[in-house]
Unconditional design. Structure first.
Length: 94
């Protein structure tokens, strides 16, 4: 993830930017309203890739929730200066 902002990246390809949008969108809305991002990834890749992205997103989201619930700390500091916050700017909790 390029610091959670695909639009600001100068190194990600178009496919990588769309995949990042697809990953971030369901996290903001609990899986709802990601159909546009999913369609764009499907247009640029294939069904296997899009489903793989969604399943990996779910896997890592579930892991993060379990780690947070258990109060686990990261083994190393983040490489991103703003990663110390507990919530992404603009993320909803609906």
């Amino acid at each position: 993830m390029e610091a959670l902002d695909p639009d600001a990246s100068t190194v990600l390809t178009e496919v990588q930017q769309e995949v990042q949008r697809l990953v971030l969108s369901p996290l903001d809305a609990f899986g709802r309203q990601a159909d546009g991002e999913l369609r764009r990834v499907l247009a640029l890749t294939d069904e296997d890739t899009a489903v793989g992205v969604l399943l990996l997103t779910g896997k890592y989201a579930a892991h993060a929730m379990a780690a947070n619930a258990a109060g686990l700390e990261p083994p190393v500091p983040s490489i991103f200066p703003s990663a110390e916050t507990t919530e992404r700017p603009g993320a909803s909790r609906a």
